[in-house]
Ligand binder design. Structure first.
Ligand SMILES: [Zn+2]
Length: 318
């Protein structure tokens, strides 16, 4: 595998729509994704069920998913209490979002930057108290890093300073998130360079992109070209965008996998099997629109994905 595609549909996708899908349908989605070769899934968010009833079954989903061999199970946590619940359920990776725009942070998390950093410190302490083999990977996600619907432009120096604060608070890594779909390829490259020069390359390996203005894949390619290796995406772009009605949500897993596989970059994911999961999720979601081009057009005639070439080569060598 050359890049890691982290499926976030069951969390980011489902949290943005009104429809609630049954727990069994979420488990079937996860099973299907794993069968297609997906090796990391953000399965839910440990927020109060009153706020996001769609994700009320997150603890059960995490407990189910950690039983699947080879799957990294990630969950979002808004605070230390959420982290406690995520750890109790056995999540392998926990992500604390910090909105780089403080107005957005107050509007969405009702917390100042200082308060979120304090939560990060508490979560890091919780993790340190665990036996080494039970410690989840702890990521601080820099959301609205490329701009915000309330404040507009978020200065790069501010993003870098917040990333430094998250690392100092005890995060293992930070992630870049274009929550609002404001990024462009040049901004992506420039932001990654600034963060790497402040924190070192090991502190940032992944990016979370939305396709709100159609630049999602261009931004993913820009991030890949400079050396990021983990990409969040959502099957069928499930979720739409709460800030732009009618616009798609996360970048579409099917199109992202197609882009990489066509370029010769191995994702380990089988596109035909992924299309089958899409059908299954579409049925569970009812009227919710799905996005993406590759599933509608089908694969090009004679298409040979990079991941299958690898197994053919390995077969020949064996
Ligand atoms: Zn998102």
């Amino acid at each position: 595998m050359d890049v890691l595609i982290s499926e976030v549909g069951p969390r980011d996708g489902l949290q943005s729509i009104d429809a609630t899908i049954p727990t069994a349908a979420k488990k079937a989605w996860i099973d299907g994704a794993v069968a297609a070769g997906v090796s990391e899934i953000e399965v839910g968010s440990f927020v109060p069920p009153k706020l996001l009833p769609q994700l009320a079954d997150t603890a059960e989903i995490v407990r189910y998913a950690v039983g699947i061999p080879g799957l990294t199970v990630a969950a979002l946590v808004p605070n230390a209490r959420g982290a406690e619940n995520a750890i109790a359920a056995g999540a392998h990776k926990i992500t604390l979002p910090l909105s780089c725009s403080e107005s957005h942070s107050l509007a969405n998390l009702r917390r100042t930057h200082a308060q979120v950093i304090e939560e990060a410190r508490s979560i890091a302490a919780l993790i340190r108290d665990l036996p080494a083999e039970r410690r989840p990977h702890f990521e601080g996600s820099l959301s609205t890093a490329f701009g915000c619907t309330i404040e507009g432009e978020v200065p790069q120096v501010k993003v870098v300073a917040l990333a430094e604060a998250l690392m100092a608070a005890g995060c293992d890594e930070v992630g870049l998130a274009d929550t609002t779909g404001y990024a462009d390829p040049a901004a992506v490259k420039s932001m990654i360079a600034a963060l790497w020069s402040a924190l070192g390359r090991g502190a940032l390996t992944g990016i979370h992109l939305h396709n709100t203005r159609g630049l999602g894949l261009a931004n993913a390619l820009a991030a890949y070209e400079v050396g990021l290796t983990t990409f969040d995406s959502s099957l069928g772009g499930v979720g739409g965008c709460p800030f732009a009605p009618g616009a798609s949500g996360n970048i579409v897993t099917e199109d992202l996998v197609f882009m990489f596989e066509a370029m010769g970059v191995r994702t380990g994911i089988d596109l035909e099997k992924l299309f089958a999961v899409r059908e299954q999720v579409a049925a569970a979601l009812g009227d919710e629109p799905l996005y993406g081009f590759t599933p509608l057009a089908g694969l090009p005639l004679g298409f040979r994905p990079a991941s299958s070439n690898r197994s053919i080569n390995e077969g020949a060598r064996a």
